[in-house]
Design a protein around this ligand. Structure first.
Ligand SMILES: NC(=O)c1ccc[n+]([C@@H]2O[C@H](COP(=O)([O-])OP(=O)(O)OC[C@H]3O[C@@H](n4cnc5c(N)ncnc54)[C@H](OP(=O)(O)O)[C@@H]3O)[C@@H](O)[C@H]2O)c1
Length: 317
């Protein structure tokens, strides 16, 4: 297994007092550790999640570790645009500053299903929910500049269980083609990457940067629809580790680097990857930043088209 990339320790000691961060899916996996680290460094962190009781439990757990910062739990269901709008309104009613938006929440390989608004579940949740959230918070991010947007993509934007990632513009929501849970995940993760690269272009000169990251193959609950968690966490754990699976703390390094490293400012719109599985073996060791082996990841016209169509889908004209 290639060496896991780690965030320089001095960045994890920066004083973030007075900074506000928002982490979607902050109650679990990579999101939870991201909230914990930012709060440890003194930030105010808004933990967005769909089950408030779970979020409150995590908040109490993190504060009990002696974190210096503060954590606020707010309700957000990314598979429901009305919930995204209500969340943004609640956030903006309380906050005039946002220094880091971490579009972290996600679902993987779901059975064929639709969001509340009728979008394919993975594209709707992973991309469109975050797209609308980002649009609604953009002015606040600009007012708070320098600020950053970090989208959790995946090496599966390139190839996911043998399926090459592609934005299938003719049928994004699988209305005519046969549904495939891995194709849909790859498409949604490519959308996360293209969203960040297009934002990078559009936000030039505003003091806001946007990047996407691959966190690694991380032992979290994400896999639950593809493998029982007891297999991942117990029966197969040593074998999966040998095969490259990493722990949540290691899987949070790319996000923290993207949020905190000064050199990231030189790479607006770029993709930062932990070790990963790509169609080109040379990419497997990852890179901060990494040039994706997926040709569509560099298609600026596709990124612009996705952005414009996403605005229409979420009801922004
Ligand atoms: N783990 C990996 O190997 C891996 C690899 C590449 C990329 N990623 C990406 O990393 C990100 C974090 O995943 P993870 O591995 O930490 O998985 P996780 O532990 O399953 O966390 C996913 C989070 O997303 C939340 N979420 C799912 N659907 C949501 C919705 N409709 N509205 C609001 N929140 C929702 C979940 O909330 P609930 O607790 O309510 O379900 C949970 O908090 C994802 O974007 C994933 O695609 C992970």
């Amino acid at each position: 297994m290639a060496k896991v990339l780690t965030c320089p320790p001095e960045l994890l000691k920066l004083d973030l007092t007075g900074k506000t961060y928002l982490v979607t899916g902050g109650n679990s996996g990579i999101g939870k550790i991201t909230v914990e680290q930012l709060a440890k460094q003194g930030a105010h962190v808004v933990l967005a999640c769909r089950r408030l009781d779970d979020g409150e439990k995590v908040r109490a757990e993190i504060l009990a570790t002696g974190a210096r910062g503060t954590i606020e739990v707010l309700s957000l269901d990314l598979s429901d645009l009305a919930s995204v709008r209500a969340f943004a309104a609640a956030f903006l009613a309380k906050h005039s500053q946002l220094h880091g938006l971490v579009n972290n929440a996600g679902v993987m390989n779901t059975p064929e299903s639709k969001t509340k608004d009728g979008f394919e579940m993975q594209f709707g949740t992973n991309h469109l929910g975050h797209f609308l959230l980002t649009e609604l918070l953009l002015d606040t991010l600009k007012q708070s500049a320098p600020s950053r947007i970090v989208n959790l993509s995946s090496c599966y934007h390139d190839i996911a269980m043998g399926r090459e990632g592609e934005i299938h513009f003719e049928d994004i929501h699988f209305t005519t083609r046969k549904y495939d849970g891995w194709k849909a995940y790859a498409q949604s993760k490519l959308a996360n990457l293209l969203h960040a690269s297009e934002l990078g272009r559009r936000l030039t000169g505003t003091g806001v940067i946007a990047v996407s990251v691959h966190p690694g193959w991380v032992r979290t609950r994400l896999i639950r629809l593809s493998m029982p968690l007891w297999m991942q966490d117990f029966a197969l754990k040593p074998f999966l580790r040998l095969a490259g699976m990493i722990e949540p703390w290691e899987g949070t390094q790319s996000t923290l680097y993207a949020l905190l490293a000064p050199e990231v400012l030189q790479h607006n719109g770029a993709y930062f990857s932990q070790v990963g599985m790509y169609r080109e073996k040379s990419a497997a060791k990852g890179g901060w930043p990494l040039r994706s082996p997926n040709p569509q990841a560099h298609d600026a016209a596709a990124a612009t088209r996705l952005y414009d169509e996403s605005r229409k889908w979420v009801g922004l004209t």
